[in-house]
Design a protein around this ligand. Structure first.
Ligand SMILES: [Fe+2]
Ligand SMILES: [Fe+2]
Length: 197
């Protein structure tokens, strides 16, 4: 395994989580649907905890959480861009549209977040000794929450769009109702939506 790239992954993970806090803070302002708002408030709290979990993991591995890397800078730029997109939508003064923008931005942010934790899981399987232990402790606390963040918010984005198009939507989305936490579960929930209308 390439240690340098494992470190890079950890720095990008930390930056993704920090950006996630900003994205959720902006998105919550746009949540008109009360269930969605509650969900995002919960995910914000979890994301704040993920920042701490990654920082602690880095400290165990002897990495300085304040160190900059070019990749980390890119992740920060994307996070700031997502927040700027949500703010732009708020300024336009159309709350339903802003809620859609926010849901899409959360999906984009969570796609990276989910990938990071999946990759950490792969690294963890190959790592040894104290490194494996530190990664495992972090992964166990967080990974299952990332499944929910991504699959549930994807469901929200899809159903809110369907509702905005004037069609009957399943709200809260099937992914939420069925408590989906896997990719295959998300595909099944999406397929079952027509029966839930
Ligand atoms: Fe996270
Ligand atoms: Fe997340």
């Amino acid at each position: 395994m390439k240690d340098e790239q494992v470190r890079e992954l950890l720095y990008q993970m930390l930056e993704t989580e920090m950006g996630g806090v900003q994205v959720y803070t902006a998105a919550i302002q746009c949540a008109e649907n009360e269930d969605l708002k509650e969900e995002w408030e919960e995910y914000l709290e979890q994301t704040q905890n993920h920042v701490t979990v990654v920082q602690e993991c880095m400290q165990k591995l002897g990495l300085d959480p304040n160190e900059e890397t070019p990749g980390r800078e890119v992740v920060r730029h994307i996070g700031e861009s997502l927040v700027a997109a949500i703010e732009l939508s708020i300024e336009a003064g159309e709350p339903t549209a802003a809620q859609l923008t926010a849901a899409e931005c959360v999906v984009l942010a969570e796609t990276k977040d989910h990938l990071n934790w999946h990759l950490l899981g792969e690294v963890m399987k190959k790592a040894k000794g104290d490194v494996a232990k530190a990664l495992k402790e972090a992964h166990e606390q967080v990974e299952h929450e990332e499944d929910e963040h991504l699959y549930h918010t994807k469901g929200w984005a899809r159903e809110l769009w369907i509702e905005s198009l004037g069609m009957k939507a399943v709200l809260p989305p099937p992914e939420e109702v069925k408590d989906v936490d896997t990719a295959i579960g998300a595909a099944r929930a999406e397929q079952a939506r027509s029966k839930m209308l």
